[in-house]
Design a protein around this ligand. Structure first.
Ligand code: GLC
Length: 431
């Protein structure tokens, strides 16, 4: 077994290769589905309402995912333009959605008597989506979980259980792309969770796997939750669809809290600009159907991405800063020498012009995403776009993107209230 420094070194030396696809994928769909989906009061319902384990267990008998539910999720993810999916194979409730030999509390022994993880994996492969397994460390069902922090024998049994569960997941379904740990309680160190040895072992089974940072080791990527905050490493913001729950909620009531396609696209823009991914959650209904309030927004996002995906997928340059804001109603993403300006609000002046501040060299060409050229003039650090239509040109969701191609690297400068600062200087030189 490698020591922690050796392990980190090994990860660093293999990371670029392992994470190439993930860094270009940008957009994934999270799926929270389990016994709690039947109750519709958040996936923490068991703990929040102090439901005794024996009472909670009864939910396993009524759990009835319909045939084809996983295909429905995969079809939606594909349609939305997501490139990967992550499924809660076992949430904190401790119910395994697969044919587990070490956890009899599972979907083959109870409820549907089916291996949902198998169906999920098959659906991902059918729709050409990369496959992620969410796996909780915390477990409200296992008798050793609660005492593992202070009882050495219980800890040994429990950490072995966690290892065995994940071994099953990573040996029974072929190539798996992401292992997504969650909530490392009650132990509070990687030693307590035996994470170094377990993760090395799991990587030996799936050498290309990408692992998140929630097993008390930094591993491959950070996981800001319910906020999009960049980290100085690879990161992925995971977001609920409604700010209330990861698990299913009554759709009619959840709808007013739910994201619009415009807000999802705005989240994607932030990720594009700041070098991260967006993992957007869907909490299927009790029978596994996609909740109605997510269908339309996700479909619209997909339609929008089919026109503007070039501004989202692939090797983007991290550009966040005042200098690359483009203008007050737009922000941008950058790929090589191309800057994509995303407009939240389309509002050209009566003479058909709008400016983009903060560029000290001139683009070679400017166009809409369908290739229609836009006339422009570069003046100081302004690019003035001309002849713009009054009507919002994006008929899908009203978020048009303009593509500016530069011959050389775009030179950003502050779109500044102190233009004298810009005289021939790059941002980094202004102290
Ligand atoms: C949290 C919650 C959980 C959810 C997860 C997703 O840590 O405990 O319910 O699955 O975040 O990021």
């Amino acid at each position: 077994m490698l020591s922690l420094p050796e392990y980190n070194e090994y990860l660093a030396s293999t990371r670029d290769e392992r994470m190439g696809w993930w860094r270009e994928a940008r957009f994934g769909m999270f799926v929270h589905y389990g016994l709690y989906s039947q109750v519709g009061r958040n996936e923490w319902y068991q703990v929040c309402e102090n439901v005794p384990v024996e009472e909670y267990e009864a939910l396993a008998n009524t759990f009835a995912p319909k045939e084809g539910a996983c295909r429905e999720w995969a079809a939606l993810a594909k349609k939305a333009g997501a490139k990967y999916m992550v499924l809660t194979t076992r949430h904190h409730e401790g119910f395994s959605l697969w044919d587990s030999k070490v956890n009899p509390f599972n979907s083959v022994n109870y409820g549907p008597h089916r291996d949902i993880v198998r169906e999920f994996v098959d659906a991902c492969r059918e729709f050409d989506l990369k496959i992620g397994f969410y796996t909780s460390l915390m477990d409200w069902h296992h008798p050793d979980a609660g005492i593992a922090a202070f009882d050495t024998e219980a800890r040994k049994r429990f950490t072995k259980y966690i290892r065995d569960l994940n071994e099953e997941l990573l040996t029974q379904y072929g190539k798996i792309d992401i292992l997504w740990y969650d909530v490392s309680e009650p132990m509070n160190s990687w030693e307590g969770w035996d994470s170094l040895s377990r993760n090395q072992y799991l990587r030996s089974i799936q050498p290309h796997i990408i692992i998140n940072d929630r097993s008390k080791l930094p591993e491959d990527f950070g996981t800001p939750e319910e906020h999009i905050t960049p980290e100085s490493r690879d990161w992925e913001a995971c977001m609920t669809f409604n700010g209330i729950s990861w698990g299913y909620l009554d759709s009619a009531q959840a709808a007013p809290y739910s994201y619009t396609p415009q807000r999802i696209v705005a989240m994607l823009q932030t990720c594009c600009e700041r070098g991260g991914n967006l993992l957007l959650n869907v909490g299927p209904m009790p029978d596994g159907s996609v909740p109605p309030e997510v269908i339309e927004p996700m479909s619209k996002v997909g339609e929008w991405l089919s026109v503007n995906g070039e501004a989202v997928y692939g090797k983007l340059v991290k550009t966040y800063g005042n200098q690359n804001q483009a203008n007050g109603v737009s922000r941008s993403s950058t790929k090589g020498n191309t800057v994509y300006v995303w407009y939240k609000i389309w509002s050209p002046s009566p003479d058909g012009t709008m400016g983009c501040g903060g560029f000290s060299n001139a683009p070679e060409s400017v166009s809409f995403m369908d290739g229609t050229p836009i006339e422009f003039e570069h003046k100081g650090h302004r690019i003035i776009l001309k002849g713009l239509p009054k009507e919002n040109p994006d008929k899908i969701i009203g978020v048009p993107v303009i593509k500016m191609t530069f011959k050389e690297t775009p030179q950003y400068c502050f779109a500044s209230y102190f233009p004298q600062l810009n005289k021939g200087r790059q941002v980094d030189e202004i102290l």
